[in-house]
Design a protein. Structure first.
Lengths: 256, 303
């Protein structure tokens, strides 16, 4: 479904004579229908940049982004908004708390993509249906983000992402801001949605445990380069690179 | 060194009185790292603010006190008082830095120009970042500047409120190692406030579990992780993803924290508890020892 080959992103340096920054270098991977790929790495490794390239919020410097046969990397972000692929790829942002518009109710936040991307005019039923699908109480739809808990905001973010019936979700740290118990509930929800709707996930996280649970395949990024890629179970059981071993050794664990 | 003795704190609000802390007791010795874990809204930050003496002046201390080396200290923020021995790392790194000064200058204000580079390196930040302003740095980088600032003060007690949220595991491990090193070499005591139980288990000596403004269990790490006695601690442990093979195995804690404005049951965990019996509703359970250094507040603990 999505084939990324030799993807590169170089940011111009900010300010006077600042050197350019290579955020991603020669990244290649594939995500098939219904598959889930996890991207892990430390902050600054290029994880979020990768997500933003795939959802076409920023332009790649080189390489190809083939989505169902079309090179979406060649479409400018401005033109991409009007393409049919825009509905198919949805980005659910890091920290739902900061990414919901504060003056929009949960209802308005979910209705917005329905009106703009799907072109529905009568959105009421569909908003309620989406709220049900993410187990968000219908009585919460009239609330503003500040009146919702972290878990509820995450559910609004997911419902909003599902509104245009996408086939690929880019989940950027979907549970980083949440408690363990709420995290468990959201991960279960994402897992169920993927099964029920046959979704593909590109899940970006610095939490290796989350990727272990959610993704069959994993890529470890470091300074914009792939240091390790493969089946999650295999990579976690026997990392091949020094960096992979170091990363896994640093994960805090409960004594078993 | 630091003793929190049956501290109760209320906040009057428009909705009513928020009973934020209820008879909280906690002690920290020099060189000790104590973890304070619990869900969001359980009162972890209120307690850490109280210890730092930074509670909002609208807070009402209903009972109990905090003692620092035997002398009582006020939990509420007063005009221009600083408590140099106790330093806090704040949850929101961007908000706690001065937005219009380069971060290196902020560190040098506290530590002097010579120590800026080594301090930044100790939190895995490139010293060239000293010239940057907070808005030019990522959240994780600001967080590390905040940690460098706190450690530059050479505190006797470090209150670290979610110090590593948003940081990757390698940086997290480096910062926790740095804290552990300072604890050993200088006898710095640390209160690590977090909802990450594996993190607390990996780096603390003792863990206190908080629920709805009450400490429900306090025990050495091994005892808490291997044989938690309070039903809530057991639920928290079960909810960590490490124990699940697939997302379907993940355990979700039932119910929600009670509304701290409403009248509360004597045991604030009762409505969520699987072990609830009629006598639970008679009087509040006291935090009492079940083994040496292992305290719980529960009438019907797990075996």
């Amino acid at each position: 479904m999505l084939t990324v080959s030799s993807l590169r992103k170089i940011f111009k340096g900010r300010g006077w004579k600042a050197p350019p920054v290579t955020a991603l270098d020669d990244i290649s991977f594939e995500i098939g229908k219904g598959q889930s790929l996890g991207i892990v790495g430390e902050s600054g490794s290029g994880k979020s940049t990768l997500g933003r390239l795939v959802s076409r919020l920023i332009d790649p410097t080189g390489g190809k982004l083939l989505f169902e046969g079309t090179d979406i990397g060649a479409i400018s972000p401005r033109a991409f908004v009007h393409r049919p692929q825009r509905r198919q790829i949805q980005h659910i942002f890091q920290d739902a708390a900061e990414n919901l518009t504060p003056h929009m109710t949960a209802f308005a936040a979910i209705a917005d993509p329905l009106r703009r991307l799907v072109g529905l005019t009568n959105v009421n039923d569909r908003v309620r249906e989406l709220a049900d699908s993410v187990s968000l109480g219908r009585d919460l739809l009239e609330r503003y983000p500040h009146q919702l808990s972290g878990g509820q905001k995450a559910r609004v973010g997911i419902a909003r992402g599902l509104a245009s019936q996408p086939s690929l979700l880019i989940l950027d740290e979907p549970t980083a801001a949440l408690d363990v118990s709420v995290q468990a509930a959201i991960l279960k929800l994402l897992h169920r949605l993927r099964r029920d709707l046959d979704l593909s996930y590109l899940l970006i996280s610095h939490d290796i445990e989350v990727v272990r649970l959610m993704c069959e395949r994993i890529i470890i990024l470091r300074n914009g380069q792939v240091v390790e890629a493969g089946q999650t179970a295999q990579v976690l059981a026997a990392p091949q690179s020094d960096y992979g071993r170091m990363l896994l050794a640093a994960v805090p664990r409960l004594p078993s | 060194m630091l003793v929190v003795d049956r501290l109760s704190v209320h906040f009057p609000t428009r909705r009513g009185i928020v009973q934020a802390l209820d008879r909280v007791s906690l002690a920290i010795e020099p060189g000790e790292i104590v973890g304070l874990v619990g869900e969001s809204g359980s009162g972890k930050s209120v307690l850490s603010y109280a210890i730092s003496g930074l509670l909002d002046p609208s807070a009402r201390v209903i009972g109990g006190e905090i003692r620092w080396r035997g002398a009582p200290i006020g939990p509420i923020r007063e005009r221009r008082t600083t408590r140099a021995a106790v330093v806090q790392i704040f949850q929101n790194p961007r908000a706690s830095l001065n937005p219009i000064r380069a971060v290196g200058r902020q560190v040098s204000d506290v530590a002097g120009q010579d120590r800026v580079a080594p301090l930044l390196e100790s939190v895995r930040l490139d010293p060239s970042k000293a010239r940057n302003y907070p808005f030019e740095l990522s959240g994780g980088q600001c967080q590390r500047v905040g940690i460098a600032l706190a450690l530059a003060c050479e505190p006797e007690l470090l209150i670290a409120d979610e110090p590593t949220t948003g940081l990757d595991v390698i940086t997290e491990a480096a910062i926790m190692q740095l804290i552990a090193e300072l604890s050993r070499s200088r006898g710095m005591a640390t209160l690590l406030v977090t909802h990450n139980l594996p993190l607390a288990a990996a780096h603390c000596h003792r863990i206190a579990v908080m629920h709805a403004g009450q400490i429900v269990e306090s025990a050495p790490v091994a005892a808490l992780t291997q044989s938690a006695r309070h039903p809530y601690s057991a639920e928290l442990l079960a909810a960590t993803p490490q124990h699940a093979a697939t997302p379907d195995d993940l355990h979700v804690i039932q119910g929600q924290l009670p509304d701290l404005v409403a009248p509360l049951l004597p045991c604030r965990y009762a409505t969520r508890c699987r072990n609830r019996r009629p006598d639970c509703d008679l009087s509040p359970p006291e935090l009492a020892p079940v083994a040496s250094d292992h305290l719980i507040a529960c009438r019907h603990p797990l075996c």
